[in-house]
Ligand binder design. Structure first.
Ligand SMILES: [Zn+2]
Length: 311
């Protein structure tokens, strides 16, 4: 069944692009609302349901067009809602960006978990892939094929000793999303961050909201990495966030190589438009088992559905 959050909550923090303070108020929403955003610093800005066709920029982050106005860096929010299985919510933002927080979906997920969820009266719809769909864009590829799960294998390859080649497969499970994918932070190279600053971009970017890598010293964050392959896990988090805009639960096996927000968006549109390659079905009633699991401390132990291959 569809789910929304049980009660409203507010998230505050600085924006990645401007470095200014922003807040986002998240509220429960009725069945079939999806995830909808609005700007509350502007009069008469209605809620807009996010879709791959609302994306107006993919520079540094995913920006959506909301009644003609931009809201940026929404991808970790959308990933958190998809990851925790929340179908419907209203998000009211105080300006041009949602808070970047620690560069992952950790705080958003914790807020959703604290708020709790409410099951609703209508079934969810699943986009079930029935034949492969693939795209290639400037050497970056994304493909999906039929599967009984929703699964992403991501390969990244940065010519840098700290990152190098990382391949990771995550088989989606509501109960593991938080600890396996949700807490993986975004990352950047110090020289690139400095170049962005000189262009007046990423003003809010710092060690508080990204893993920053120095060519000689390696990872500059005192606390180090949360996973040896945190980089590729974050790329999977971004992909969840960008594909969440499709608006259905997803069933298929994705293989992605070097993809980023732009290519994720190209793929999301291509998939929606490949109408002979999927069917939309009502979700089967397997939720009861998951809900029972959810009552127990969900994040205490690894389970065996993760394949790790990091270099
Ligand atoms: Zn990200």
């Amino acid at each position: 069944m569809q789910k929304t959050i049980a009660k409203p909550f507010t998230i505050k923090g600085i924006g990645l692009h401007s470095g200014r303070d922003f807040q986002a108020v998240i509220s429960p929403a009725p069945c079939n609302t999806g995830i909808q955003f609005r700007r509350d610093d502007v009069r008469h800005c209605d809620y807009t349901r996010i879709t791959p066709y609302n994306v107006s920029s993919t520079q540094l982050a995913t920006t959506i067009d909301c009644g003609g106005l931009p809201i940026s860096t929404i991808e970790h929010f959308s990933a958190a809602f998809y990851g925790l299985g929340i179908d419907n919510a209203f998000i009211s933002v105080s300006g041009t960006e949602v808070p970047i927080l620690d560069g992952s979906a950790k705080e958003i997920i914790e807020c959703i978990e604290n708020a709790g969820y409410k099951e609703q009266n209508e079934s969810r719809k699943v986009l079930k892939v029935t034949s492969p769909v693939s795209i290639e864009y400037e050497g970056k590829t994304v493909e999906i094929e039929p599967s009984n799960n929703f699964e992403i294998t991501f390969e990244l390859d940065y010519p840098h000793p700290v990152i190098g080649k990382q391949v990771f497969t995550y088989v989606y499970n509501e109960n593991t999303f938080h600890r396996e994918i949700g807490i993986a932070r975004t990352f950047g190279f110090k020289r690139e961050v400095e170049a962005l600053w000189s262009m007046g971009l990423a003003k809010g970017g710092s060690l508080d909201n990204a893993i920053v890598i120095d060519d000689e010293k390696g990872v500059l964050n005192e606390e180090g990495l949360r996973f040896s392959n945190e980089f590729v896990r974050h790329k999977i988090l971004d992909m969840f966030g960008d594909l969440a805009l499709i608006g259905y639960r997803l069933q298929g096996k994705i293989k992605a190589s070097k993809s980023g927000h732009h290519v994720n968006n190209v793929f999301a549109r291509a998939l929606l438009e490949a109408t002979n390659s999927y069917v939309i079905e009502e979700e089967k009633e397997s939720k009861k088992i998951k809900n029972e699991k959810k009552e127990s401390p969900a994040y205490n132990s690894f389970n065996g559905n993760i394949a790790v291959s990091a270099v």
